[in-house]
Design a protein around this ligand. Structure first.
Ligand SMILES: [Zn+2]
Length: 115
């Protein structure tokens, strides 16, 4: 019986789209929210699929907190591209990862998963 463990983490990061309708977007920052969806096929004796704390620690280690994404990524850091990037980083550690959602604001975000 599969379960889905979900973990959310906020981080602060600056970015700009390198081509926003033909122009570089001005540099600006957001408090981003990332959410992971990890499938757990079975639970341990305590009833836990994955340890939220361990997932959060791993996630914090790969998030670009207090950085400018354009300085560290070789792609235009849209929410879509950031979701894809985080997806493959997390997938190496948690192969049953189903999906990553990245919210740039409370109203706008993107998710990435493999079909
Ligand atoms: Zn933005």
């Amino acid at each position: 019986m599969p379960y889905v463990v979900r973990v959310r983490q906020k981080f602060n990061s600056a970015h700009f789209l390198t081509d926003y309708h033909g122009q570089p977007e001005p540099l600006h920052g957001h408090t981003w929210m990332v959410e992971l969806f990890i499938k757990a096929d079975k639970l341990d004796n305590g009833g836990m699929g994955y340890d939220f704390i361990e997932i959060k620690e791993f996630l914090k280690g790969i998030l670009p907190d207090y950085k400018c994404m354009n300085d560290i990524y070789d792609f235009s850091p849209s929410a879509e591209n950031v979701a894809r990037h985080i997806y493959y980083k997390v997938k190496e550690k948690y192969p049953t990862l189903l999906k990553v959602v990245v919210w740039e604001t409370e109203e706008g975000g993107a998710e990435y998963y493999e079909e």
